[in-house]
Design a protein around this ligand. Structure first.
Ligand SMILES: [Fe+2]
Length: 135
């Protein structure tokens, strides 16, 4: 069962960013499935690594638009990205050191964070980006 599902409620009305959010959601669901199905540690680690890497890429893509268009709420938004990256890197490091087993709690944290971030923070840039011609 997938925990988080993309729907129009999560749309930021910018095609390229919606596509990246869909991919992130798919990756979180893949991690959830690996955990629930008791897939091996190596596979789970690989999925987690891919998720961290893709998250970094996605945040950079958003931040490049912020810089390019002079988005006024860049600082606060970037702060949220940095805090999230720190948190998932910690999961990743602890998982690799076998100090952490992946649990529903972690996957819930990832999906809740992403949902809240898209709906609460990302959605604030829709109008601004649309005015700049980004769709
Ligand atoms: Fe964001």
């Amino acid at each position: 069962m997938s925990l988080i599902k993309w729907s129009s409620e999560l749309s930021v009305e910018i095609e390229i960013i919606d596509a990246q959010h869909k991919k992130l959601i798919a990756m979180i669901n893949k991690l959830d499935a690996a955990m629930r199905l008791g897939k091996g540690r190596d596979l789970t680690e690989k999925i987690l690594d891919e998720l961290v890497e893709y998250t970094r890429k996605h945040f950079s893509a958003e931040e490049e638009y912020f810089t390019k268009f002079g988005y006024p709420f860049t600082a606060q938004h970037v702060k949220e990205h940095i805090a999230f990256i720190k948190k998932i890197e910690k999961f990743q490091a602890n998982f690799e050191k076998e100090k952490l087993t992946l649990s529903t709690k972690i996957v819930d944290f990832l999906s809740d964070w992403l949902r809240d971030h898209i709906q609460g923070t990302d959605k604030k840039y829709i109008r601004f980006f649309h005015d700049k011609g980004l769709k």
